[in-house]
Each structure stands twice: as structure tokens, then as C-alpha cells.
Design a protein. Sequence first.
Length: 443
Amino acid sequence: IYQGKITGIAERLEIPVDCEVLDASGQVIMPGMVDVHVHFNEPALGDWEGFTSGSVALAAGGCTTYVDMPLNGQPPTTTLDALKLKSRIAEGSSLVDYAFWGGLVPGNLDSLEALADAGVVGFKAFMSNPGGEGEDIFRQVDDETLFAGMKRIAAIGGILALHAENEPIVSRLAAEAQAQGRTGARDFAASRPAAAELAAVLQALAYAEQTGCALHFVHISSHLSVEAIERAKLQGLDVTLETCPHYLILTTDDMERLGPVAKCAPPLRSKLEQEQLWMKVTTGQIDLIASDHSPCPTTLKQNDDWFQAWGGISGAQSSLELIVGVGHLQRGMPLTLVAQLLATAPAKRFGLYPRKGVIALGADADLAIVDLNHSYTLSAEQLHYRHNHSPYIGRKFDCRVTTTLCRGQIVYQLGKGPIGNSKGMAIQPTKLMRGGVVDGYRR
């Protein structure tokens, strides 16, 4: 590694006399995770997480690049001014590298081009109500905004990420449950069925077919949605999808056991659904895995009414270790596939490749060193989040990240914690315009 780049890869390297050597004997070196779905909540809600604490947690988990979502900060990143404000806050505050999403909401169609020119990796929209109160909140798209926005995004060669749940279905089911006093974990899960996800996916795919807009579906939780998206790919649509570690690790049974710390939307599914998702992962029908890290103060999770508790799982620090431990060590997934899902595929999809997401000559030296023989049980004290709650506390992990390097600099070492001053920098996509097919991903 020289000046932050990988300059040599070989079975045996000639080491200059003055070269620093990092001993990783007996461990695995992986490309640093590229987490394209985190919520660090700045500006205004940095006390929920923030770039400093969030990026330290990511570094401890082997993540070297993240893409921050346009909510829940106030104002949300739906205008150029809001993006500039967020950029100023992030500068010098992040331990690892980062990029930003822009947002698509009612009323901001004329801001999309400026956000794209300023370097967002794409745009995020909600097809269901994301919640929140006040003026400076992120709002769901209506059908007219969604269709018009997809046309505008297609025209600039952009990509739209969608939270796909059908609002009429979930709002009616939620209202019925609450009216009947059914406010437990399984009641909440039943109010957001896989059918609601599938309905929204099908609507968005129909719009994409008409507009030519590239789509990325976030946190897909059901195999039926994966299959619908796979059919669209085979028909030539430019579409990808992600799932999250919590859908692969936790189930509705865990919701009851753990409480609202395990609340998210879409909700956790059954064990059968989870097994079907794992099958889709191993057969390549799921393109990438992202954390959807959505933190909040612990007090917002302390509510017996599942409809009132904050929805979002704090899990970014554990993503790589969970997928390596469960996917590779327990289920036999090749580490190359794990690296593809966590690093290479997200970097390619959002214009950060070949600088990010791969161990290759000329790439940034973003590396996670993982000890596959180091098992441990996660405690709250080991978490680096601003609020150290997580559904994974008390879970035994089968591997552990021991060292993380971002552009050749050690930013985390086990036993030492985060190292040095903030070093992260903003990374813009190499190009917004996409066309043709690259490495199997339609652009």
C-alpha cells in the first residue's frame, strides 16, 4: 500500500526496509464493507447518532465507506442547500469515507438535477409514510410525484431507491389493529404484510418500465418481492435490490423476545421466509446487503405499544461479522460471495467502483481484517453507537473484525478502538450517467 492505494498483490512481496508491516497471520483480509444504507440523522438530530459515532461504529465493524440517507435529518437532503449543510457537518467528523443520497419528495422535482450535479449517488423515496411530525421531515411520494420523478431521474441517468410498502394497505391494517387494542409485536408485523411490499414493488416496476428509470429496492424482506424483481431484470429493466442482516438473522419470534429494539419496517418475517431469503442470497437473486442502520435514543424504544415505538434497527457495527459468521462459517457461503454482497456490488451499483469495494491494484486500500477463529458475545459496552442498544446484544458471534484500514490508514484495531483523528472524506460517484452492462449489472 502506498499513498492510500493498493500498489502490489502477490504471494510473496519484496518489502522495502522502511515499510511498515501489519501482521495478519491466520486471518482473512476482505474489502472494507460499502454500506449504502445508513441514517446518521444530521443535521439537527445528531444526538440520535451523528457522523462521528456512526462512522466509528462502522469502522469497528469493518466498514470503510457508507452512503447516508436523506432522512431523518432536519432539513432532509431534498435540496441543494440541505446537501451543502449536511456536507459541512460531515466534513472532518467521519472516521471513514462517505457519500450522500438525495431525496425525492412532493415539491422537489426541480431540485433533482442540482443534487445530481453536486454528487449524490442517487435518490431515495418512500412509497409509505415514513412518520415524523413538523415541517422539516421527509414525506412519502404520491403517485404523480413518483412517476414524474422517475422520468426526471431517468433523464439525468440517475437511480431511484425505494422503500416499497403500499401505504393504503399498511395504514388501514394498522388503524384496525390499534382500534381493537392489538398493539403487540405480532400485531405490528401483521399490519405490514409481505403483500404490501409486493404491491408497491409491482407498482414501481410498472412505472420503471414506462419511464426507463433505474431502480434500487431497499430492505426487501420477502422472497415474492425478490422473484418479482428478478422477472423484471430478465425483461431488461435496470433494477437491483438489497436485503439487510436483520431479515437474515432475526424473525418475528425475536420481535416478541427482544421488544421494540427489533422493530423495523418492513417488519421481521417468519423463519420460513428467512430461509427463502437465504436461498435467494446464495443463488445471486439478491444483489447486495446493507445495514439500514436507523438509530434513535433508547427512550424512544421503551414503549409497550409497538405502533408508537420508534421503528429502526441499530446494527451497522455488526453487519460484516453477522454475514461472515452466519453466511460463511455456518452456511458455507464462499467468502468471495460475501465480499461481493457487502462491498463490490454496492460500490459498482452506485458509481464508487473501482475505487471502492475491491482488493485490486489502484483501488483505495480499504480493508477489513477478520479473525474467523475469534468468537465472542456482544455486550452493550462493546458498541460504539451514541445509544448502545441493538437486537444483537447477547448474541454469540463466530468471527471478529480485528483491524480496519481506510485508504491505507488504520482507523480501528481491536483492543485499541478508533485510532487517530477523523480521516474520512467525501467520495463522489465516478459518473452519474449509466449505460450498457458492466459485470452483469445493467447500467
